[in-house]
Structure formats: C-alpha cells, structure tokens
Write a protein that binds this ligand. Structure first.
Ligand SMILES: C[S@@+](CC[C@H](N)C(=O)[O-])C[C@H]1O[C@@H](n2cnc3c(N)ncnc32)[C@H](O)[C@@H]1O
Length: 205
C-alpha cells in the first residue's frame, strides 16, 4: 500500500474512532448522535418546547440528543426495529409509511408540529445503487409526510445519499419548502455519500 493511501486510511479510522469513542464516553447509543448535534448547532432547529418526530430512530442516538433539549415539548420516535426506552420519548415500532402508523402520529401530537427528522436508511442489499435509491425513496416519503404534519414554519431534516435519486429529492424539496440547504456534518464519514438536507417553511402546493 502506498504511503499516502496508508495515512489516509489511518486518518479515516482515527476519525471514526474519535466519534465512536465519544459516543461511548457521553452515553450516546450511536455515533450518529454527533451528526444531529452538528446539524442543530448550524440550523438551531430544536427548541425547549419543540414538537418533534424522529423517523428511523433506533437505536436512539438522535432521540437522546433531541430529548436533552426538549424539556417542555413532545418527542415521538418511530422505527421498524425495536428501540430501548428513553425517558420522555414516546416510541412506536412500525413502518412510518403505513397508514395506521401515520394515523398514530397525528393522534399523538393532535396538532401541527415543529420538526421532522429522518435518519432513515434502507437495509443494505449489497448493491450500493439500489441502497442509495431506496434510502432516497425513504427521504421522499418522509418529505411528503412532513408537508402534511409540519406547521407553516416547520423544519424537515433528512439523510440522503448522493446518487441517481438526488435530482428528484432536490426538485421536490424546492417545490415543497421555502428554504433548502444541503449539509455534510464532520461526523459523517468522508468516504460516505451521505449528506443531510435541511428544509424550512412548508409551501402550499
Ligand atoms: C442509521 S439508523 C438511525 C440511527 C438513529 N438516528 C440513531 O441516532 O440512533 C436508520 C434506521 O432507519 C430505520 N428505518 C428504515 N426504514 C424505515 C421505515 N420505513 N420506517 C421506520 N424506520 C425505518 C432502520 O430500521 C434503522 O434503525
């Protein structure tokens, strides 16, 4: 292996270790927690009284981060996988795309909400293009739900991967929201095509 390739791998590993170690030290269930910390530092989306929906919440890192700040609001987490209990976080196990799950979401908040987060990723299939597409589709479906549940100045943040479905996500986000910004947190691995899309202000279409 060439020297600069070796040192690049070393740097990536060290970086990964840093966030992994920090997640253990700080008691977060995932290193992803740091992505939401960075996103929130930049966009200031989570407030004390936020009504917040966390899609694809398991094992719970993002819910832990959001919970620390929401002292007087409501936090609902959804995942197809189980999630260990977090104090003051309501959890529903199921696919958010199902009608009955979406009805439960509406019933739980009983009003328009402030923030929809989605860190959802499709199951890996071994085919990267297919995984990118499927995760992008989850982002599009979460965006559709967001336009229904968010208040006028509400915020939608979602994971997506750069790839074939990027243009579709870009176009839809601009049709649905007043402001759209793409952001790659430092804690998101450099070699990953993962980025986050921040959307604010639901447009009536
Ligand atoms: C990267 S993990 C989320 C990590 C989480 N943000 C954290 O900090 O712990 C992605 C999650 O999306 C969930 N997911 C994928 N498709 C879903 C769907 N249709 N409905 C709900 N959750 C889904 C997966 O089960 C997985 O737990």
């Amino acid at each position: 292996m060439r020297k600069n390739k070796k040192s690049k791998n070393w740097f990536i590993k060290k970086n990964k270790d840093h966030f992994f170690k920090q997640s253990k030290i700080q008691g977060f269930r995932s290193r992803s927690a740091f992505k939401l910390i960075e996103i929130d530092k930049k966009f200031k989306l989570i407030k004390q009284n936020s009504l917040l929906l966390d899609l694809g919440s398991s094992p719970g890192g993002w819910s832990q981060v959001a919970r620390k700040q929401i002292t007087n609001g409501k936090l609902l987490a959804i995942d197809i996988k189980p999630m260990e209990r977090i104090n003051n976080v309501n959890f529903i196990e199921g696919d958010f795309r199902k009608k009955e799950i979406q009805e439960k979401i509406m019933l739980y908040f009983n009003s328009k909400i402030d923030v929809v987060l989605s860190d959802m990723a499709a199951n890996t299939s071994g085919n990267k293009d297919l995984d990118t597409y499927n995760t992008g589709q989850l982002c599009l479906d979460a965006m559709t739900l967001s336009t229904k549940v968010l208040r006028e100045e509400g915020v939608f943040v979602s994971k997506m991967f750069m790839g074939s479905i990027y243009n579709e996500i870009n176009e839809k986000s601009k049709k649905c929201f007043k402001k759209v910004v793409k952001f790659k947190p430092l804690s998101s691995k450099k070699e990953s095509k993962e980025i986050y899309i921040f959307c604010k202000g639901v447009l009536k279409i």
